[in-house]
Ligand binder design. Structure first.
Ligand code: GLN
Length: 261
């Protein structure tokens, strides 16, 4: 589905303000004489938008957890519901020296938003995609954090046993033939889609998490609105306990937490 015209014009106004410093009044009063370069920029914008290209990629900027992050098509545009993962973890009684792992960090927005508000803990952002790690590195550099580290790893393969206190992940969870993918064609497919009806990466991460987490460790997953029962069963099969489900702003079951003890 393409965005409708009124969405495009709202976003165009935003874009013009961002790129050309044109203010609302001059747009509406038609007072502004566009240069050729500016006109081309606008044509390109309308072209990209009418193909469904996300505004955040055009601006190379997104807002997440009250902060700005660099994004481009090498990573997903963070979704508002993913902020709830950060909210949950930042609301825990985190002790100095704790280690938190953000598995499938993408732009780094989850890990960085935890590291920023908890300077006495260490956060590791891991990703299999070197492209994604380059984006996360840009964000890490922009934030000047010294407690956020990036690691290239196929899920938890490179992580030592029993070293992590909290593992958080928003893995790919969309089923390969899900019709929603039609609207997500500019985002990296590997960050969105998982085999086994979207459940494959929950299974892999859960099995590995059992070894990587400390005995009192916590696992925090974001999942699809209709996957909570499947995710709960995957966790139970691996011996996780104290499983809690949280809803997102649309009252959809979206986050599951579990403990080893
Ligand atoms: N929540 C995202 C969406 O609906 C999917 C993110 C993911 O697969 N991890 O587009």
């Amino acid at each position: 589905m393409l965005p409708n015209d009124s969405d495009i014009s709202k976003e165009l106004i935003f874009f013009l303000k961002d790129r050309l410093g044109i203010n609302d009044t001059s747009i509406f009063l038609d007072e502004y004489n566009l240069s050729n370069k500016e006109e081309n920029l606008i044509k390109e914008f309308i072209d990209l938008k009418s193909q469904g290209f996300p505004l955040d990629y055009i601006l190379q900027n997104t807002s997440f957890y009250k902060d700005d992050f660099y994004v481009d098509p090498r990573v997903l545009v963070p979704r508002p519901e993913t902020e709830l993962l950060v909210d949950y973890i930042n609301g825990l009684n985190l002790k100095a020296g704790m280690k938190i792992l953000d598995a499938g960090t993408g732009s780094g927005c989850i890990g960085i938003s935890i590291a920023k508000y908890n300077p006495s803990i260490t956060v590791y952002g891991i990703d299999y995609s070197l492209d994604a790690l380059e984006v996360a590195q840009i964000n890490k550099k922009n934030k000047l954090l010294d407690n956020f580290y990036l690691i290239n790893s196929d899920w938890l393969n490179c992580i030592q046993e029993r070293t992590i206190n909290i593992l958080v992940s928003n893995p790919p969870y969309i089923a390969p033939l899900d019709p929603h993918l039609e609207n997500l064609k500019y985002e990296p497919i590997k960050a969105l889609v998982a085999d086994d009806n979207g459940l494959k990466d929950f299974k892999t991460i859960t099995k590995q998490a059992k070894n990587v987490l400390s005995p009192d460790g916590i696992l925090v997953f974001e999942h699809g609105y209709n996957q909570s029962m499947n995710v709960e069963n995957i966790l139970i099969e691996s011996g996780f306990k104290n499983i809690y489900l949280m809803k997102d702003h649309q009252s959809q079951p979206r986050i599951t937490t579990a403990r080893l003890a």
